[in-house]
Design a protein around this ligand. Structure first.
Ligand code: IPD
Ligand code: CA
Ligand code: CA
Ligand code: CA
Length: 258
């Protein structure tokens, strides 16, 4: 498990250095549209190649699920990769994005890494081995209720699917909490909940590469993860809620009739 974590850390550092350099130089970034309000750049694709090369070097037989190149290989062990989580921030020159890598075996996540190359913050976890930020143990905050909780969210910006559904939850929860952040990188939202910087995070319509690493890091940091209806989180879940145990329960109590 730690061997997987170490390879994931190395791959994230390599890709992170590449992405940070491109972010500073700006001129060689070529963006394309994948759909309504949904972008990818040559840097996302090259970062993904760097990560996959690093993994294949050590584990040539493992499978890969990566945002920009899809699924490859057939193995019980799958590396789930988001090469730049927060592409819109990256393209706009906002220094808030991350590389997210999770290692799953028969559906169970064994190791996870989220790396913010601008702040040089490496969030890691292994199954049963706790969660760390730059090798120092992290835990979710002690907050027990929404009243003193700072939450993060993501808006349904891609074609605005689920917008009405999303707004019903927003209208219910926003008046109950301290405030809501929308920073634009779901992996970092999850990592910040694990580190106690945020007390909860919820969003509709995320993909496995956005959440796989963050879910293990939050669980290992003592947090709860489910969907906004309180069901256990699954790869196909349409929403995610991750929070301290108390904030998770208080959120659920307030949305049970929506
Ligand atoms: C996106 C970011 C964003 C979230 C989106 C994700 P990407 O990932 O995490 O915060 O709101 O739903 O898809 O496309 O930048 O890797
Ligand atoms: Ca994307
Ligand atoms: Ca993403
Ligand atoms: Ca991405």
């Amino acid at each position: 498990m730690n061997a997987y974590k170490n390879i994931a850390v190395r791959a994230a550092e390599r890709a992170g250095n590449f992405v940070a350099k491109a972010f500073a130089n700006r001129d060689r970034i070529i963006a394309q549209s994948k759909g309504p309000n949904d972008f990818v750049s040559n840097i996302d694709k090259q970062a993904e190649e760097i990560i996959i090369d690093a993994i294949k070097h050590s584990y040539p037989d493992h499978a890969i699920l990566a945002e920009e190149s899809g699924h490859q290989g057939d193995s019980d062990t799958v590396w789930v990769i988001d090469p730049i989580d927060g592409t819109t921030n990256f393209l706009q020159g906002i220094p808030h994005f991350a590389i997210s890598i999770a290692v799953k075996q028969k559906g169970k996540t064994l190791a996870a890494v989220i790396y913010d190359p601008i702040k040089d913050e490496m969030f890691t976890a292994s199954n049963g081995g706790g969660a760390q930020l730059n090798n120092t143990r992290i835990r979710v905050s002690e907050k027990k209720k929404l009243d003193n909780a700072l939450l993060a969210t993501g808006f349904p910006f891609r074609g605005h699917q689920n917008l009405e559904d999303y707004l019903r939850y927003f209208e219910t929860i926003f008046p109950l909490c301290v405030d809501m952040r929308r920073a634009g990188a779901a992996s970092l939202d999850l990592a910040y909940v694990a580190a106690g910087r945020l007390d909860g995070f919820w969003e509709f319509g995320l993909s496995e590469w956005d959440t796989a690493a963050g879910i293990l890091i939050i669980k290992e940091a003592g947090g709860f993860v489910g969907d906004v209806k309180g069901n256990p989180y699954q790869e196909k879940s349409k929403s995610i809620l991750a929070a301290t145990p108390g904030v998770f329960k208080h959120f659920m109590k307030n949305v049970k009739d929506l």
